[in-house]
Design a protein around this ligand. Structure first.
Ligand SMILES: [Zn+2]
Length: 437
């Protein structure tokens, strides 16, 4: 790839860096060994040194894999480039190749973490190598090791060492184009809240042969209650939720069906434009249900049942009000006078990110196509934290994890090498653009 005469991305190097990283099973979850995380951190440090970082700081947080912060001095604004080296677990089920043996097929590298988010690390490195490690602006390259487990030690680093991560522009390379070759900026993130609903109907379990037919079953009551959350077409039936309209790119239905891997003959839920449904309106789902497992289920009328209900909150809506509306709805729709208990968990606030024109120009130039503006489901806690700590910073959410084929968090995760090269070039062009503003 060679758009700007002065800027080239070394694709072979990019691929070999990626393969070395993917070969390390750096899983930061309970029950997995610590050594691969340290091995991955060591390799990232080696790659940063090799990319001519002037200074590398290893931030240790007890119990978590270290965060690496590399400094590349330069004039003008400070740009932070973010990625993470920890990966999701890779249960053997469904994998066609070994998840930790990087395998190249049709221009894609298969392996756990190839896309999420080791592609981000190598894109950043390639962008810095395009300047021989001497970028035209000040760059802080941040690679953390506890993103996937939800503990995200980096969020604590923001509180303890705010100057370490302070920057004018934050580039989060943990997203992707909506299709391979279609440059995409994520401009909004939906907020997220949860309610745990418990229904009680009886003082204890009953023999269903003696009492079934008249004794109220709590699991049935809960199922009836959950069913009231949606209309017949699957649209949300809760009153008082503030929905909006999507003004970015439309997500065509055939693409959505393919990308969401909806089975043939199964209808989508909701109504209206797909983009409105997934980025501008509330969505409600059931994340978990406490019920006796089918295996070993006894002949009883169930006295108590519990569900965890998740609410996605679009930009423009207040998550506290949205969760209050859902709570009002469930309390008002309890069948048979069952006793109800509702615990509302703290919600994250939806985010709308103002566009950064330099980023849009850089991305358009790198891919040679106009940029699509889409919503995103990831990086919410990180972006929320950084926005609160550095209110004047601009944010750029992009990456090489295309929404079409990358299958992040699932079996057969992969990344298109051209996508990484495109994002690396976009980052190099962005650094150059920012140096002249
Ligand atoms: Zn990620």
């Amino acid at each position: 790839m060679h758009v700007d005469q002065a800027l080239t991305v070394d694709r072979e190097r990019l691929q070999s860096d990626l393969e070395r990283l993917v070969a390390i099973p750096s899983i930061a979850f309970e029950g997995y060994p610590r050594e691969p995380l340290d091995e991955a951190a060591d390799l990232v440090e080696e790659l940063l040194r090799d990319a001519r970082a002037a200074q590398i700081q290893r931030v240790d947080v007890p119990g978590e894999a270290p965060t690496l912060v590399a400094d590349f001095p330069g004039a003008g604004p400070t740009v932070l480039l973010y990625s993470h080296y920890d990966v999701q677990p890779a249960p053997a089920d469904g994998w066609e190749t070994d998840p930790f043996t990087p395998t190249v097929k049709d221009g894609r590298v298969y392996g756990r973490g190839a896309a999420d988010d080791k592609s981000g690390i190598v894109a950043h490195l390639a962008a810095l190598r395009a300047f021989d490690g001497a970028p035209p602006v000040h760059v802080k390259l941040v690679v953390e090791g506890s993103e996937e487990n939800g503990r995200q030690a980096l969020l604590g680093v923001v509180d303890e060492q705010p100057d370490l991560l302070r920057a004018d522009v934050m580039v989060i390379a943990d997203n992707g184009n909506w299709k391979v070759g279609e440059p995409t900026l994520s401009q909004t993130l939906r907020g997220h809240g949860k309610l745990v609903v418990t229904l009680r109907t009886l003082d204890g379990a009953l023999h269903s042969g003696h009492f079934g037919g008249a004794a109220p079953d709590a699991l049935l009551a809960l199922n009836r209650l959950i069913a009231t959350l949606h209309n017949d077409d699957g649209s949300v039936a809760v009153q008082g939720l503030q929905d909006g309209d999507w003004d970015g790119t439309e997500w065509p239905e055939p693409d959505f069906r393919r990308q969401a891997r909806v089975l043939d003959g199964v209808a989508l839920v909701g109504s209206g434009a797909i983009s409105d449904r997934v980025w501008a309106r509330h969505a409600i789902s059931v994340l978990g249900l406490d019920a006796p497992p089918v295996e070993g289920a006894g002949n009883i009328v169930i006295p108590e049942a519990r569900a965890k209900i998740a609410v996605r909150v679009p930009p423009g809506a207040d998550p506290v009000q949205s969760l209050a509306a859902v709570e009002r709805h469930v309390r008002a729709n309890v069948p048979w006078g069952a006793r109800i208990d509702v615990v509302v968990e703290p919600a994250s606030t939806p985010i709308a990110l103002p566009a950064l024109p330099e980023a849009e120009r850089a991305l358009e130039q790198a891919f040679g196509k106009p940029v699509a503006r889409m919503g995103s489901g990831g990086s919410v806690p990180l972006v929320a934290k950084l926005r609160a700590a550095y209110p004047d910073a601009s944010f750029v959410l992009w990456g090489a994890q295309d929404s079409d084929l990358a299958r992040i968090h699932a079996a057969n995760e992969s990344v298109d090498l051209g996508e990484i090269a495109g994002i690396a070039l976009a980052e190099a062009l962005l650094l150059k653009e920012l140096s002249s503003t």
